[in-house]
Design a protein around this ligand. Structure first.
Ligand code: NCD
Ligand code: ZN
Length: 432
């Protein structure tokens, strides 16, 4: 493997530019004006170096819906978005509720080699919420599954959730909850509020999320277990997280880029590209989520990258599947909503996109400091550029980005996984 030198780059966007030498997958030296003989040079002038991003919530659709995304195309999207590790949700077909499926996803991810794909195991058999899946077997497999979720579905039965937390605690793994009380969201397609009412769309009330967040905080407290809340979407959830953390409960939470930038005023067109679970809320919720992310009440950003086929999106609103692409636009949306607004600096971006998700998932080789001897899982960002999102130019097979035609700031120019370049200047190095 060739040595790499990243020239004249500012670490975390701070201080004077330095050169970073990468040898054998590690950061070997950081200094001004390193000798670049024999090394592949990446010009980092004007750019910022960050630890590689970690996504706790990605849907790669393989096995089962390879017409919408595969581990290969999703890995390419991840590398282009600056990710070095992603957690692939279990709602595939077949469901990842057995070690056969989780180990397959892990191995295929390693074969593709663009990003570490960590399979998320299902909490319950078939995501049905009735019977616990064999979490221990999945955790003991080649993939060493460390996170479990029925995402797409809520583990709604409080007794099953309680047992899942207890079981997870003994295994040292994490339960990630898609917080949605199903009795309150039957037939719901959009945030319950004035916009949905006016447009005749059946509403998904905030309380459906918040009641599960409150319940699970209490269950985690009593089990002495950790719980992670997927895609927090309401101001009320923020208040509950604040309360639970104040009580010393081991609760963490993620927010998606789309819930930080978009709101339910977009429903106007009835374009199902705006349909997602949980739904786009009101502008006041987005503001509360931004503040919570800045203050650490919400720990991290997760994309909830959810590719869907055209026939599942270009149809009547009620029939369309919920979900949005996110991997390739995440950084830009975070810069738009959090950096340009002064809520986070680049250290903060490293914290919410790399360090915190890595810590929540218990990865020891991701989210590491930019320092000599550390694994070279790195993301190079051009903070000054702007680009216009075009679905057809994204690596994902599917086209359901809600950011189509938007001009967004900043872009990932290179991603390195253990010292190998996995993406550079808009091209994923597939097959390398
Ligand atoms: C996700 C999907 O399509 O798998 N959809 C979504 O709207 N977020 C499932 C999920 O994350 O809930
Ligand atoms: Zn979900």
């Amino acid at each position: 493997m060739r040595n790499i030198v990243i020239k004249s780059v500012r670490l975390y966007g701070e201080g004077e530019p330095v050169d970073v030498l990468i040898v054998d997958g590690e950061i070997r030296e950081i200094a001004a004006d390193l000798d670049e003989a024999d090394a592949e040079v990446i010009d980092g002038t004007g750019q910022i170096l960050l630890p590689g991003f970690v996504d706790l919530h990605t849907h790669l659709r393989e096995p089962g819906r390879e017409d919408t995304e595969t581990i290969e195309t999703g890995s390419a999207a991840a590398a282009l978005g600056g990710y070095t590790a992603v957690f692939a949700m279990a709602n595939t077909s077949p469901v990842a509720d057995s070690v056969v499926v989780t180990d397959h996803v892990w191995r295929r991810g390693q074969e593709v080699g663009l990003v570490d794909v960590y399979p998320v195991g299902a909490v319950t058999v078939g995501l049905e919420g009735k019977q616990l899946a064999e979490m221990g077997t999945m955790a003991a497999g080649a993939a060493g599954v460390r996170m479990f979720s029925d995402d797409g579905h809520c583990v709604y039965d409080p007794l099953i959730m309680r047992r899942a937390l207890e079981y997870a605690n003994t295994l040292g793994v994490l339960i990630a909850q898609h917080a949605e009380e199903p009795r309150l969201t039957k037939g719901a397609v959009a945030h319950e509020g004035p916009n949905a009412a006016r447009l005749g769309l059946h509403g998904w009330p905030r309380a459906a999320e918040e009641s599960i967040v409150a319940r699970d905080a209490l269950l985690a407290r009593d089990a002495g277990a950790r719980v992670h809340i997927c895609h927090a979407s309401t101001a009320g959830t923020v208040e509950l997280l604040k309360w639970a953390k104040g009580q010393g409960i081991s609760i963490s939470a993620e927010v998606t880029p789309h819930h930080l930038l978009l709101d339910d005023s977009r429903l106007e067109t009835y374009d199902a590209v705006n349909k997602v679970n949980p739904p786009l809320r009101e502008a006041s919720d987005a503001q509360a989520l931004r503040r919570a992310l800045a203050e650490g009440v919400i720990d991290c950003v997760a994309t909830d990258h959810a590719p869907h086929a055209e026939q599942d999106k270009c149809c009547e609103f009620a029939a369309a599947r919920p979900g949005m692409l996110g991997l390739e636009t995440a950084l830009s949306v975070i810069v738009e909503t959090m950096v340009r607004t002064g809520l986070l600096d680049w250290r903060g971006v490293a914290r919410v996109m790399s360090e915190n998700p890595s810590r929540i998932a218990g990865l020891d080789d991701q989210g590491r400091p930019l320092a000599v001897g550390e694994p070279a899982n790195l993301t190079l960002v051009d903070p000054e550029t702007e680009w216009t999102v075009r679905a057809t130019e994204l690596a994902s097979i599917s086209d359901n980005t809600p950011f189509e035609a938007m001009t967004l700031p900043a872009r990932v120019t290179a991603t390195l996984l253990r010292g190998r370049i996995t993406a550079r200047d808009g091209k994923a190095r597939v097959g390398l």
